[in-house]
Design a protein around this ligand. Structure first.
Ligand code: GLA
Length: 585
């Protein structure tokens, strides 16, 4: 498609500009060091804490959390100390920089959990919740949010100790609270008592009912296969096929219409409108049809004056457009980065739309497509692209599968073309907020089925959104088999929300690992990047399994391998994977 090619080439230049991502990384490192120092100090001062527990409990993610002085009492018993104000710190993780979350409580914290005033020191702590208290007049901002499992809850409200029923604005917290300003009920569960309120054990939290993107979004998008040829008929046909093919049953939910659905100009009232020839029934009718199938509808717009295809963008129309989408029943917005208005600021533009969506009265997932990772994205969107546009190629150039994989899953120093500092982008993924290495190309014909199997496995172990980009009306059996592999999808959708990473020294015969929920439970991908088949071994110890043996399952052959001592060795085909679930005995 000439147009698409032109479009892609056109923005390639600007996308690869070396934006200042290293600086944030250094900043996090710096903060991590400070917070580790603080945690150490707090440990030594635990007797300064009021009644209840002076130190936070151990976090299963991210090491020891130390409540430090001035925290509320034990949230587990909800009978904490008095409101003692002062600085409260949820503690930092043992793994710099800030994996596992940190919390700087800030304003007077505490109060007894029994009076539901966990205080402003909620604290983003791994897997815990920003355990708030009563609505906080001062907002009680928790910093430290953008860490794995962390999050921030501004002005949050939660029942002390359990975080149940928490609400919040603008923040997100695992284990119950708010996401993107959309109120979620939040079930803190046993694990949500963390933060600076003292806290008992924090263990990852449960995802709050109603949280947007509690697990990586799954769906379909029109762009990779159809480009500008998107119509009402196509979308209805795809929705039908999502159901009949088993894609919906496998977990795919969103039907996303990408660029070129719009009319070439706004209507006389300034409203965004669909192309009358492509969408003669309008978007509301199409949304109704999609919803009638039990699916959700996504649309696309742009933070600039025009989209990447030159159609009307949302700049300065954010509120109007968000209201229009909500009135149509739109559930998801992908927001692109072309044609910025003169003098505009990228963060402001994206924030304006995030806020407009929150105010529109309908939960609309915000998918940021700014091509490059910026750490402000993590507090305003549920997912964000971490690189340029994918093409259906193995390793041809910077748009190929391998390139996007390295960027999303690696870190500078590991691969020559990965751009983020240690430990890379994985630290930013978690329930409600995901790194997006771009949509799937599985089934589009440019790679082999073995390569597509690798593409799908690695996206899953990275907890990436699984947005199919093929023609699901006419899939081959092999394509369908890949896209609907329940064992692999379960890895992607694991509620812990950890993004897996390569753990091998080798960068050609690789071992990737992802912690799954459950004791001593891991997903493993053995990935052969070379042009010949080769043996790859994973040892249980390298995963963090402490038992001598572990029980493994092969997630592509769907075979239980039984209990195996010490390690597993497999012969992996060129460009292929072996994928396992391993549970320590
Ligand atoms: C950009 C995006 C793509 C696609 C096109 C549409 O290139 O990165 O994913 O949405 O715009 O024009």
């Amino acid at each position: 498609m000439t147009f698409q090619q032109d479009g892609i080439l056109h923005h390639r230049q600007s996308r690869l500009a070396p934006h200042a991502t290293r600086a944030p990384t250094r900043e996090w490192l710096f903060r991590g060091v400070l917070l580790c120092c603080f945690a150490g100090w707090a440990l030594g001062c635990s007797n300064a804490a009021p009644a209840g527990s002076g130190t936070g409990g151990a976090q299963t993610t991210g090491g020891t959390a130390t409540g430090g002085p001035a925290t509320g009492g034990s949230a587990s018993t909800a009978t904490g100390g008095s409101a003692t104000g002062g600085v409260a710190t949820g503690g930092s993780s043992g793994t710099p920089p800030m994996v596992g979350g940190t919390a700087t409580g800030g304003t007077p914290a505490g109060g007894s959990a029994s009076t539901a005033s966990g205080g402003a020191a909620g604290g983003a702590q791994a897997g815990g919740s920003a355990a708030g208290g009563a609505p906080q007049a001062t907002g009680g901002t928790n910093s430290g949010g953008v860490t794995s499992g962390g999050g921030s809850s501004v002005g949050g409200k939660a029942t002390g100790g359990s975080a149940g029923g928490g609400t919040g604005t603008g923040g997100r917290a695992t284990g119950g609270a708010a996401t993107g300003g959309i109120v979620t009920g939040g079930t803190g569960g046993a694990s949500s008592t963390g933060g600076a309120s003292g806290g008992s054990t924090s263990s990852g939290g449960t995802t709050a009912p109603g949280m947007l993107a509690a697990t990586p979004p799954m769906g379909w998008n029109s762009w990779n296969k159809f480009g500008g040829s998107v119509t009402d008929t196509l979308v209805r046909g795809i929705a039908d096929a999502m159901v009949s093919s088993g894609m919906q049953a496998a977990g795919y939910q969103y039907i996303n219409i990408d660029d070129m659905w719009q009319a070439s100009s706004r209507d006389s009232n300034g409203n965004i409108a669909p192309s009358a020839s492509k969408f003669p029934n309008g978007m509301k009718a199409l949304a109704d049809y999609v919803h009638g199938k039990g699916l959700k509808l996504g649309l696309y717009s742009d933070r600039g004056t025009k989209t990447c295809a030159g159609l009307p963008g949302s700049y300065s129309y954010e509120t109007k457009d968000a209201q229009t989408y909500a009135s149509w029943g739109v559930d998801y917005l992908k927001y692109d980065n072309c044609s910025p208005a003169a003098g505009s600021n990228i963060q402001t533009d994206y924030t304006n739309m995030a806020n407009a969506l929150k105010a529109a009265g309908r939960p609309i997932l915000f998918s940021i497509c700014a091509w490059w990772f910026y750490n402000w994205e993590t507090s305003i969107g549920q997912m964000w692209r971490t690189g340029t546009d994918i093409t259906d190629t193995w390793d041809t150039d910077s748009h190929s599968f391998i390139s996007l994989l390295n960027n999303n899953g690696g870190w500078s120093g590991r691969y020559s073309n990965a751009s983020y500092g240690s430990p890379g982008l994985a630290q930013y993924a978690g329930p409600g907020h995901w790194n997006d290495p771009d949509m799937l190309e599985v089934g589009n014909g440019g790679m082999t089925d073995t390569e597509y199997q690798s593409h799908f496995s690695l996206w899953a172990i990275m907890a990436a959104p699984l947005i199919a980009g093929n023609d699901v009306r006419s899939m081959t059996a092999a394509t369908k088999n890949i896209l609907t592999n329940a064992d692999v999808i379960a890895v992607d959708q694991d509620p812990l929300g950890t993004q897996g990473k390569p753990i091998s020294t080798s960068t050609t015969l690789e071992v990737w690992s992802k912690k799954l929920s459950g004791t001593q439970t891991y997903a493993v991908v053995l990935f052969n990047r070379t042009t010949a088949s080769a043996d790859i071994t994973v040892t249980w110890a390298s995963l963090g399994i402490t038992s001598a043996s572990a029980t493994a399952r092969d997630l592509w052959s769907h075979t239980d391998l039984g209990s195996i001592a010490t390690q597993y060795k497999a012969t992996v085909p060129s460009h292929g994977v072996v994928m396992l679930k391993v549970v320590g005995d």
